[in-house]
Write a new protein. Structure first.
Length: 442
């Protein structure tokens, strides 16, 4: 799981500029007006082979009673709760303020690693201002200028030093419970589904969209196996969320739940057309390589004949063509219809998502696939696949070492992916396939 890094601080200290420079993209809106960033914005970032998720937040104004400022403060607090590392940004030109001290006090209570960034140090005359920030008791300040991209390397060196070591042994620990994230738009029946699975009222159930604000973890056992069900706040299109609603600030927690899940249950409403937001949620699970199930809820309210389910499946497969592998289950959380089949599918997709293929078997299948359909050629030069290896699981990820990866056309890569699915029984999980030029012999 990629670490989460939250950028926080009071308004107008350069948080969004820093976010844009680290991510390498202009994502956050940057203006000199305090309070411009109201949404928590997230993106993937990388430093020295360390991948992480960067979260931008609105400015924290500790003493303000303005409703937007209050919501922005809650938003930042959610980011802090979710984050693995916090970058606390201050203004080196203006110097230490009482608001900085208030924010620092809030951050200390989180007991998370905090990296103190003194921003806007773009001239020698401001450098001495950094010494004032030692009084915050947050360790050595790191001076930088986000706008001029100076000092960012030093800042990120400190950030990545707090990242936990990736320990494969822990990931395969049999005693580790299986995390199951339940995601979807508001009012599709996520909390009702969790209650049906747990057999008790652990989550608030309401027909008012957005009842569940935060992710709620429910540990339990089923047939001797340990699980944790994560009920998340409903994801909605940004334009459908009012500024004054805390619902907009719970989205990152839902996305975080997907990232830390072993299996994702994507819940959709059988009574509605698959929406753009449904597809976006499914796409996020797909991009993260998560083992997933598409749970079509409220199936009891649909008028049916002998072809209804097949027609429904075909429509869903068309809308989710990028995710053709995902198993579909038509249920009713209200009546309990087919809810008992969920665990069988959870175990199936998780096993496939974490399956490892031996190198010998993998290369035998590659040789067979190449014999059946020869690799493509370009300008008289044919692609040659020397050997293959599986580099990781969750999802199964394979690397093909070739003579020239530029000749590997996406259609042939798709052919090999489908051949792997058929040969290894990986029909219900995302898989990743990469080609690399074979290192030259020295």
């Amino acid at each position: 799981m990629k670490p989460l890094v939250a950028i926080v601080g009071r308004p107008n200290v350069g948080k969004s500029t820093l976010f844009n420079k680290i991510s390498g993209k202009r994502i956050a809106i940057v203006e000199d007006t305090p309070g411009v960033t109201r949404d928590r914005i997230y993106t993937d970032a990388e430093w020295l082979s360390h991948e992480f998720i960067l979260i931008d937040t609105g400015g924290i104004e500790p003493e303000s009673d303005d409703i937007i400022a209050v919501q922005m403060r809650r938003q930042a607090q959610l980011a802090v709760e979710t984050a693995d590392v916090i970058i606390f940004v201050t203004d080196g030109r203006e110097g230490l303020t009482a608001a900085d001290e208030e924010v620092a006090q809030m951050l200390r209570r989180s007991k998370k690693p905090i990296v103190l960034a003194v921003n806007k140090i773009d001239a020698p005359k401001f450098e001495d201002n950094a010494y004032d920030f030692y009084s915050l008791g947050l360790g050595n300040p790191v001076t930088c200028s986000a706008s001029q991209r100076t000092g960012l390397g030093d800042l990120l060196d400190v950030v990545v030093s707090y990242f936990p070591e990736n320990n494969p042994e822990k990931n395969t620990d049999e005693d580790k419970p299986l995390n199951i994230a339940v995601v979807g738009k508001p009012n599709v029946g996520k909390s009702s589904l969790i209650n049906a699975i747990l057999g008790e009222q652990r989550s608030i159930v309401s027909n008012i969209p957005g009842t569940t604000r935060d992710a709620i973890d429910s540990p339990f056992e089923h047939e001797g196996k340990k699980y944790v069900l994560v009920d998340t706040a409903g994801l909605r299109r940004k334009r459908a969320i009012e500024d004054e609603s805390i619902e907009r600030y719970s989205v990152i927690r839902s996305l975080s739940a997907i990232r830390r899940a072993d299996v994702v249950l994507i819940v959709v409403d059988a009574g509605e057309e698959l929406s753009e937001q449904d597809v976006r949620i499914a796409g996020y699970a797909h991009e993260e390589g998560k083992a997933s199930l598409l749970i079509v809820n409220k199936w009891d309210i649909i008028e049916k004949d002998t072809n209804t389910m097949n027609e429904f499946k075909k429509k869903l497969q068309t809308d989710l063509s990028f995710m053709s592998y995902v198993p579909m289950l038509f249920i009713s959380a209200k009546t309990g219809q087919r809810v008992n089949k969920i665990f069988e599918l959870i175990e199936k997709v998780h096993e496939q998502n974490s399956r490892r293929i031996t190198t010998g078997t993998l290369n035998d299948v590659v040789a067979e696939a190449v014999t059946v359909t020869a690799p493509p050629s370009d300008k008289g030069r044919q692609l040659r696949i020397y050997y293959a290896t599986q580099v990781s699981v969750n999802p199964p990820t394979f690397v093909l070492f070739v003579n020239d990866s530029d000749i590997m056309h996406f259609s042939y890569k798709r052919y090999l992916e489908n051949y792997f699915r058929k040969s290894f029984g990986l029909d219900s999980t995302p898989i990743r396939l990469f080609s690399r030029n074979k290192p030259k012999d020295k």
